[in-house]
Design a protein around this ligand. Structure first.
Ligand code: DLL
Length: 430
């Protein structure tokens, strides 16, 4: 087992607590340079000196994405603009994007976290790494790039687009490791198969930036013949590199020296214990340009209780969606990941699907378009009807909902180079 920074990765609980308290105090002091936090901390009647143990964090106010939006563009910067050397923004689904800034120290810490992750999964200067994500405002491109270079990997900044060229490079440069969204990886596998270009040099696939199921993992590992690793992060917390699977593939290590983790009930804000699913709340402990206190990520996971044989700290479970992408269909809560889970467990289903939600005569209707494998698509009509009914039944069993499934030709649904947008809610907002 190789480590990038063994002392910090295997730090023992008592020492970790001390480090976290010290860093939390420093973070609060930095946050006091931001008017939003000055007011909030004053209101709560708390200062850095009141923190003597990590559980004191519960007395600090939460920060929500909406707060950051209201600070647009630079309202959350805790240092003069002179010290900010990079800006990224989140994709911003509604209204203005969220702006995040980095000092030189932040960029150094961030690339260090990525280097830790890459070393943890066995990558080194022997590897050739193709980074197939957007290199613009999205944090995935530059974030992974500098971390991979720091870890000594031969790094190819191929970015997105031109799948044929991506495949040729993997083949011609004998690429051993790739990074992209899981949905793009599936597309890549399909195109490589069509072009009949073997990707035999590939060993490792790093997939993240969107939720993906265990069925998707099996499919990617089979089609690309890689070992797949889940990678989690978000722009507000540097970007990628926050949590990452180790070779045990049993949850993601989150770097406790850099992120103080809480899981809360998203409805009440009350803390939840290990093995209880809820919203991940993170206080980054080393960020300089943009310190955040108790940031509500909106992502649903849980703290795992087991001790990992790899010797690193406590893990979190893979993500099952977001508290805010949950759909309410005829009063029933549905996570898109549940739909994917069902679909990919049905052998006739090919990788791609789209979910449309409409309101017809005041009733919610969910239409699911599903690509099925070619040999079934060109089969008997009666067989297609049976497949469709079977999919609808499987979905009803899990979602407790009637859905309207349409089988479509393989390759006919949209393909995504970045994050997949597979759910389109066409209901009018209240
Ligand atoms: O997606 C950073 C990133 C880049 C992560 C490359 C991993 C790889 P944002 O664009 O700010 O940042 O989106 C963050 O994406 O709150 C989650 O909802 C979702 N997300 C990211 N990684 C995962 C994952 C980047 N592994 C938002 N599983 C987060 C599930 C994920 N959801």
């Amino acid at each position: 087992m190789r480590y990038w920074d063994k002392a910090i990765e295997t730090i023992q609980p008592e020492e970790l607590e001390k480090l976290q308290v010290k860093r939390l105090q420093e973070t609060i002091k930095r946050a006091c340079h931001v008017p939003f936090y000055q007011h909030r901390l004053q209101e709560a009647g708390i200062s850095a000196d009141d923190i003597t143990k990590t559980s004191d964090i519960k007395n600090l106010p939460f920060t929500k994405k909406q707060d950051l939006r209201e600070g647009y563009p630079f309202g959350f910067f805790a240092v003069p603009l002179k010290e900010i050397v990079r800006i990224h923004t989140t994709s911003g689904t509604t209204g203005k994007p969220t702006v995040v800034g980095y000092t030189k120290g932040d960029l150094d810490n961030w690339s260090d976290l990525i280097a830790r992750n890459l070393t943890m999964i066995g990558l080194s200067d022997d590897d050739i790494f193709q980074n197939m994500v957007n290199y613009g405002m999205f944090t995935g491109g530059l974030g992974f790039h500098y971390g991979a270079e720091k870890a000594g990997l031969t790094t190819i900044p191929s970015a997105t687009g031109n799948t044929k060229r991506q495949i040729e490079m993997i083949h011609d440069f004998c690429v051993t490791a790739i990074h992209c969204t899981p949905s793009y990886a599936l597309h890549l596998a399909e195109v490589a198969e069509e072009l009949q270009i073997p990707l035999d040099s590939l060993k490792t696939g790093i997939f993240g930036a969107e939720p993906w199921s265990d069925q998707m993992r099996t499919e990617l590992e089979e089609k690309l013949r890689v070992t797949a690793f889940d990678s989690y992060g978000m722009s507000e917390l540097y970007g990628p590199g926050v949590a990452f699977e180790c070779p045990e593939h049993n949850g993601l290590h989150i770097w406790h020296d850099s992120f103080l983790v809480e899981i809360i009930d998203p409805a009440t804000g009350e803390p939840l214990g290990p093995n209880e699913r809820g919203e991940l709340v993170i206080t980054p402990l080393t960020k300089e340009a943009m310190p955040l206190l108790r940031y509500r990520t909106g992502d649903i996971t849980m703290l795992l209780d087991d001790v990992c044989p790899c010797g690193r700290g406590r893990k979190i479970a893979r993500f099952t969606g977001r508290s805010d992408d949950m759909l309410v269909i005829r009063g029933i809560n549905v996570f898109p990941s549940q739909i994917e889970h069902v679909l990919l467990s049905i052998p006739e289903v090919a990788g791609s699907y789209m979910v449309y939600v409409d309101r017809v005569n005041h009733m919610d209707e969910m239409i699911i378009e599903v690509e099925i494998n070619r040999q079934f698509f060109s089969g008997e009509l009666a067989d297609l009807k049976t497949i469709r009914e079977r999919i609808q039944r499987a979905l009803r069993d899990v979602l407790e909902l009637r859905t309207n499934v349409r089988l479509v030709e393989p390759g006919s649904l949209p393909r995504f180079e970045g994050k997949a947008k597979r759910v389109i809610d066409r209901r009018e907002k209240m």
